[in-house]
Structure formats: structure tokens, C-alpha cells
Design a protein around this ligand. Structure first.
Ligand code: PEP
Ligand code: MN
Length: 338
């Protein structure tokens, strides 16, 4: 990919003239319009283009090649960080975003109770699975559309937004009617057909890191979504598989500042699936924020012992409240707000 950085003073007409010319040459363009700068990315056989040829155009400041395998997700293409606005909640800005809720949507009363509990303690986004990616086909698979309706109602009644997992492109349209953010689960991070489909959607997508994926594979999965036109991608570190067995996964927190360095996309940390143990959730949530995460996603249940999935890692509302008080202190220490 070749990148053309436009001058701050470049006019709309100059940018459009350049875009028209590049298209006429048969190349695909991606435009990144920041507060400061407009950057044009040229995809395709961009290598064969001469950098110098573009310097002659009015309004062009600089031309360079991006030699990384991921392009649109890279800092080079988009120097300013991406801030995604979900009904007024800004993900990737100064404010730390809290996503909380049950692992799965089990029944209306429980979800209503949990939504109220987490919202009153500072969560802006309600999580909950209606279509569950279970390891065993005999485990609870989720309530489907009924679950989506419950989630929507619980969020609306508490002035929250909804995030829920989409496991299959066939359900995108249905889930899109109820959710504000599509979640792509760890097991589907490399489901490229699904990634392309959510890439065509207008809704933000939170992409969870595959349990055995490298940082580069993770960013390339995000590139799949962006390359289809969806710029609202949120990354989520949820632990990777290592030889350690005590924790459910190994939380790779170094990836948070690494992603900040390499990409402009926001990153959330999920300490619940990363640890699998309730008492480890709050400490890892705090560490995540200290390391620069833009938010956390945690599982909360009013009666963890009766939960149909992931009870062992669910926080009680009061534990969640205590964690939130500490989140506040750590956020201030790293110049963030909650
Ligand atoms: C989830 O967040 O509901 C979930 C299934 O997590 P993961 O995809 O990270 O395992
Ligand atoms: Mn879960």
C-alpha cells in the first residue's frame, strides 16, 4: 500500500481530483480524514506506482509505502487514534468504557437485574450472549432472538448500549436489529467470511483475539473488516492459550501498548475470559487500564452459582462496584476518566 499524506491546507477539490486520477489508473483508494490530516491509501498493485508522480499534485505533502502486512489498521495510514461513538459513548477517547453483563442471556428477570446493577455502578454497555459459542454441543446454546429482545429491553431501560456476539453471517441482519455493536468471538477471529460480512455492515464491531493468534494475525483479522469499508473496529484482548493451566487463558497485557503503537484502533481487555476465576478479574482489569486499555469487558451475575455458563468467573454486582472504585483511581493515574 502506498500512502499519500495531504497538506493541512489541501482543499476538498485537490483531494477529489487526486482520488479521481488514482481511480482512473485502476487502483482502489481508502480515505482517512482526521482532524489534522487527510491520508489517502492506495491498495492493489500500488507498488508499481511511482511515489514521485504524486508529489507533483497540488496539496500533497508526503508519499510513502507502508511495508507492514496490515495497512488500514496501521498508524501510518491513520495517525490519529480512532474514536468510535456508540450512542454518545466514545470508545477510544479519554474516557474508559465499561462493558458488563452476564455471559449468556438466560431469562428476562436475571438480565434486567444485572443490567440495572451494572448500569448504576458505571457500565455504559450491556454484554450478553444470545447465540453462544460453546465448547460442547450439549451445553446451553443461548436463547436466540428471544435473548436479543431481552438484552435490548434491559439496555434501553437502563440507558445502555448493547454488545452481543454474532457467530454466523446468516444471523447478521437479525442481530443487527437489536444490537449496537457486533462482537466477533475468539473462536471466530479467523473466520474470514464472517469478518468480511461484518465489514460490510455499518455497525461497530468488537473483534476478540483468537486464542492462538499472534498480534499480527489479530491486526490482519481487523484489516479484513476494515478492507470491506467498516472503519469502526474495536479490538479485544481476552487471553491466549499457553502451557499455564491454572488460569483459563494467559492475559497478554503487553499487547495493549503494542497495539497502541502499531494501530489507531481502540482496545478493550476482557479479564473474565482471560482468567476464568472471579478473584483474578478485578486485579487484571486494573492492570489493563494501567497498561492503556480503552475499556474493559467483564462478566457479572446476580447468582453466579446458577449461571448457565461461566459462573466461576462472574462477579457479583457488589464485587463489580468495588472494582469500579479502584478503576476510578487507576484511570486518574494514567490521565483517563471513567
Ligand atoms: C464472550 O465474550 O461471550 C465469549 C464467548 O468470549 P470469547 O469469544 O473471548 O471466548
Ligand atoms: Mn463467557
Amino acid at each position: 500500500m502506498m500512502i499519500i499524506v495531504m497538506k493541512k491546507t489541501a482543499t476538498k477539490e485537490q483531494i477529489e481530483a487526486l482520488l479521481r486520477r488514482i481511480k482512473r489508473w485502476g487502483f482502489e483508494t481508502h480515505l482517512s480524514t482526521g482532524d489534522n490530516k487527510t491520508v489517502i491509501g492506495i491498495i492493489g498493485k500500488g507498488e508499481t506506482l511511482q511515489e514521485r508522480a504524486f508529489l507533483a499534485f497540488d496539496g500533497v505533502e508526503n508519499v510513502m509505502q507502508v511495508n507492514k502486512p496490515y495497512k488500514l489498521v496501521s498508524r501510518e495510514f491513520h495517525p490519529e487514534k480512532t474514536i468510535i461513538d456508540v450512542k454518545g459513548t466514545k470508545i477510544g477517547g479519554k474516557n474508559i468504557v465499561i462493558m458488563a453483563g452476564p455471559c449468556s442471556v438466560e431469562n428476562r428477570d436475571t438480565v434486567m437485574e444485572i443490567a440495572k446493577a451494572v448500569s448504576s455502578r458505571g457500565a455504559a454497555i450491556l454484554r450478553g450472549g444470545a447465540f453462544k459459542p460453546r465448547t460442547s454441543p450439549y451445553s446451553f446454546q443461548g436463547l436466540g432472538e428471544e435473548g436479543l429482545k431481552i438484552l435490548r429491553q434491559a439496555a434501553d431501560e437502563n440507558n445502555m448500549s448493547v454488545i452481543t456476539e454474532v457467530m454466523d453471517a446468516r444471523y447478521l441482519e437479525l442481530i443487527g436489529k437489536y444490537t449496537d455493536i457486533f462482537q466477533i468471538g475468539a473462536r471466530n477471529m479467523a473466520n474470514f467470511t464472517l469478518l468480511k460480512e461484518v465489514g460490510k455492515s455499518k455497525l461497530p464491531v468488537m473483534l476478540k483475539r483468537g486464542m492462538s493468534s499472534t498480534l499480527q494475525e489479530f491486526l490482519l483479522a481487523a484489516e479484513y473488516i476494515m478492507s470491506e469499508g467498516n472503519e469502526s473496529v474495536i479490538l479485544c484482548e481476552r487471553g491466549i492459550r499457553t502451557f499455564e493451566q491454572y488460569t483459563r487463558n494467559t492475559l497478554d497485557l503487553a499487547i495493549v501498548p503494542a497495539i497502541k503503537e502499531l494501530s489507531h484502533l481502540p482496545i478493550i481487555v476482557d479479564p473474565s475470559h482471560a482468567t476464568g476465576r472471579k478473584y483474578l478479574v478485578a486485579p487484571m482489569a486494573l492492570a489493563a487500564i494501567a497498561s492503556g486499555a480503552d475499556g474493559i469487558m467483564v462478566e457479572v451475575h446476580t447468582s453466579p452459582s446458577e449461571a448457565l455458563s461461566d459462573g466461576a468467573q462472574a462477579l457479583l454486582p457488589d464485587d463489580f462496584g468495588k472494582m469500579m472504585s479502584s478503576v476510578d483511581i487507576i484511570a486518574k493515574a494514567v490521565d483517563r476518566t471513567v
